[in-house]
Design a protein around this ligand. Structure first.
Ligand code: DGJ
Length: 720
């Protein structure tokens, strides 16, 4: 049992892997968080909170207490986890314990992506119900405890029992105290083509906030925040982290108060969110995942990887090797016809590729990015035989067929816009702000949702399509809906997300065999919310091998490699202008779902030979990459090298991947230690060299990576 209730003490012990999360109901009925950290035995802590001091009349004890659900109105001066105003204008919330329930398994969240128990025993749930008896706001905190995975989730249900309207002003899905201060705070920052770079800095007193108000999780900050001991490394030290299962605007906060205690929070961004709750209605918040690791940053990532692959990805493709694909985007951009695609496809097939993905430009009259989004009808000038004709010819060649869409968007130059100019997000009387010549469909409207479901389904039914890339290429600037009343306008962003999730639910349920990949100008919506529906995301539009070392390294803080699209593209690279060897590009792309993004029909003989070998190797290692434990070995943010490994969970094989950034003269070769291999076993690489697990993990492997942007991948198999 991973949830224990100590009736005498009125304490709840939630145990997940190496972590404990201990809650206590005090004599006044307040729900306090006694401990989030190293695993303690059930019932081990005496619920003593007397050491949380009153500093002066200016700082009451309530401002020092480790609240589990801090609110304005309870004597807490930090950000509230639940903020609501009742019909009398009272926004002081005071919550006290009413009851609780513990049960095996975990319920889905209505209309929202959420973690689930894939197998019996994966999760246990605790629900604690609290009430503001004056205002009639009932709050239920729902905890999912994943003992084997090592993660704890929380979402909040808010019910209006006041008999009058209420307004929710903010909900933090997680908001948990961390004892003490002096930690480092880590987040994943970025921009288009430079996503999820690791940013680590000292957390001083005060608040550190990252957020998105873009209507998407965004390239700029990922919905994740961690605190760690200053001395923590990839392999040691304490780490606390929160991540939000949501794809829209969010905020994450690291706060150190004036009693030198820390708090980590994540939830909806209150700058762009309110919600009117009519009498009897319930609002369900997105879910947050909380991970504590005593084993450094890799320990944190291992827990997130397990949770987000085993207990979040619903697709059947969760347990299938992904096809090696060629995507025509960087090969042709909009300039293609059927013959050109087939030319690439024939060469791809010869080299061992398994699927061709036709990217942007196959529909309407879209020969540049200034038209036709919304008109999901094939362009017969480019594809005279239609999608069906192309798909048949690809299947005749022995390739599967994938297709790109951008369903949430509308071009002003489109039949859809001419028919429904009010279907986009816009403010009446103001110019509609275009980005990439496009506007955003108002997915808070049911009619718009239905249009997307039916138009996309019609295309998917019109041909044999085995993969779909779901792109989204701009963020919201005017989240205002023609379908909402004035007091509900600030609900638009969240209603959009609920609409999007309904559309994704419906389409993925109708086409359960299709492999869906999400994308947003590369990795602008790489978040757990999308992974619930689509088991992989296009990691970045930047597939330059050197840049990808950073991007994939940072992405792996939270997301498993089986969630990352990673392709080999042409040189000079289209984003950076850098030239790297085909081998290096392939060695980096091996760290995710492998594919190509270049004109394979134009390869030199030497490159074609390398590509053939890369594909052969990919077929041998992809199950290991998908199912193995991924561990970061060397950070490119700190070293002129990047290195990581994949280890089979039964220790039967491992893949060690090392990459060099810029070389320097007179520097030693690299001595790289593997991690977690069976020390008593003997391993052999593809060249027949053998080494003991003990030597590999305690001493290391000498690697020589001469020149800039070179790489080495070593496949080790246990032979004894
Ligand atoms: C952005 C994506 O990230 C690219 O891979 C490509 O699909 C383009 N959109 C197409 O417009």
């Amino acid at each position: 049992m991973s949830i224990f209730y100590d009736e005498n003490q009125k304490s709840f012990y939630l145990g997940a892997g190496k972590a404990s999360y201990v809650l206590h109901v005090d004599e006044d009925g307040r729900l306090l968080n006694q401990h989030w950290g190293a695993r303690v035995p059930d019932g081990a802590l005496s619920p003593d909170f007397s050491h949380y001091p009153t500093l002066a009349s200016f700082d009451p004890r309530t401002n020092a207490l480790p609240w589990e659900l801090p609110t304005r109105g309870s004597g807490w001066y930090g950000e509230p986890a639940v903020a609501a105003t009742n019909a009398k204008g009272n926004d002081m919330v005071q919550l006290t314990y009413v009851s609780h329930a513990i049960y095996m398994g975990k319920n889905r969240l209505p209309g929202l992506p959420a973690t689930f128990a894939r197998r019996e025993g994966d999760a246990e749930t605790l629900e604690i119900e609290l009430m503001d008896r004056l205002t009639g706001l009932r709050v239920t905190a729902v905890y999912g405890v994943f003992e084997r995975t090592g993660a704890i989730t929380r979402s909040l249900r808010l019910k209006n029992e006041s008999g009058e309207d209420m307004q929710i002003n903010g909900v933090l899905s997680a908001s948990a105290p961390v004892h003490g201060s002096g930690y480092d705070v880590i987040h994943l920052k970025g921009a288009w083509a430079r996503e999820r770079h690791v940013m680590r800095q000292t957390q001083g007193e005060g608040e550190y906030r990252i957020f998105s108000q873009r209507g998407a999780s965004g390239h700029e900050s990922n919905p994740f925040l961690a605190l760690c001991e200053k001395s923590a490394t990839e392999f040691s030290g304490e780490v606390w982290a929160v991540s939000l299962v949501y794809s829209g605007s969010f905020e994450a906060l690291s706060y150190v108060n004036n009693t030198e205690n820390s708090r980590l929070s994540i939830g909806l961004n209150p700058d762009v969110f309110t919600w009117k709750l009519e009498p009897g209605e319930t609002f369900v918040s997105p879910e947050a995942a909380m991970v504590y690791s005593p084993d450094g940053l890799n320990g944190m990532s291992h827990a997130f990887h397990r949770l987000y692959s085993e207990n979040l990805m619903r697709s059947k493709w969760f347990e299938r090797d992904r096809p090696i694909l060629i995507n025509n985007w960087e090969a042709t951009y909009f300039n293609f016809n059927e013959e050109k695609i087939l030319q690439i496809a024939r060469r791809a097939k010869e080299l061992g590729v398994e699927m061709l993905v036709l990217d942007d430009g196959w529909f309407g009259k879209r020969n540049t990015d200034n038209c036709s989004l919304g008109d999901w009808v094939v362009n017969p000038e480019k594809l005279p035989g239609g999608l069906n004709g192309l798909s048949d010819r690809l299947h005749d060649l022995g390739l599967k067929f994938g297709l790109w869409f951008e369903p949430e968007m509308i071009s002003p130059d489109s039949d859809l816009y001419r028919a429904h100019p009010d279907w986009c997000l816009h403010v009446d009387g103001r110019a509609r702000v275009e980005m990439r010549n496009q506007l955003i469909l108002d997915l808070s409207r049911k009619g718009v949702q239905d249009y997307i479901i039916e138009s996309v389904s019609a295309v998917l039914e019109s041909a044999r399509i085995e993969y779909m890339k779901w792109d989204m290429n701009r963020n919201m600037t005017e989240p205002f809906s023609g379908a909402q009343t004035p007091e509900r306008q600030k609900e638009t962003q969240h209603r959009y997300m609920l609409g999007l999730y309904r559309v994704l639910e419906e389409i993925t349920a109708r086409f359960p065999e299709i492999l869906f990949e999400s994308c947003s100008g590369g990795g602008g919506r790489f978040d757990p919310g999308m992974l619930y529906y689509m088991p992989q995301t296009w990691t970045s539009d930047d597939s330059d091998a050197a840049e990808r070392m950073f991007i994939q390294y940072g992405t792996s803080f939270v997301y498993p490699p089986c969630a990352m699209g990673a392709h080999v593209s042409a040189v000079p690279n289209h984003q950076t202008g850098r030239t790297t060897a085909m081998q290096t590009r392939g060695d980096v792309a091996l760290g995710g779902n492998f594919g190509f993004e270049l004109d394979l029909s134009q390869l030199s003989d030497a490159d074609a030979e390398t590509v053939r070998r890369l594909i052969e190797r990919e077929k041998q290692v992809r199950t290991l990459v998908r199912t193995g434990e991924f561990t970061r070995l060397l950070s490119p943010f700190d070293h002129p090298y990047a290195a990581w490994q994949f280890r089979a969970r039964d220790n039967s094989e491992a893949l060690i991947c090392a990459y060099r950034l810029m070389t320097r003269p007179a520097t030693p070769h690299l001595l790289l230690r593997a991690s977690g291999l069976d020390e008593s076993a003997v391993y052999m690489d593809d060249d027949g060299n053998t080494c003991s697990g003990a030597a590999l993990t305690r001493y290391g492997l000498w690697l020589h990576l001469p020149g800039d942007f070179t790489s080495k991948v070593i496949h080790l198999r246990r032979i004894g």
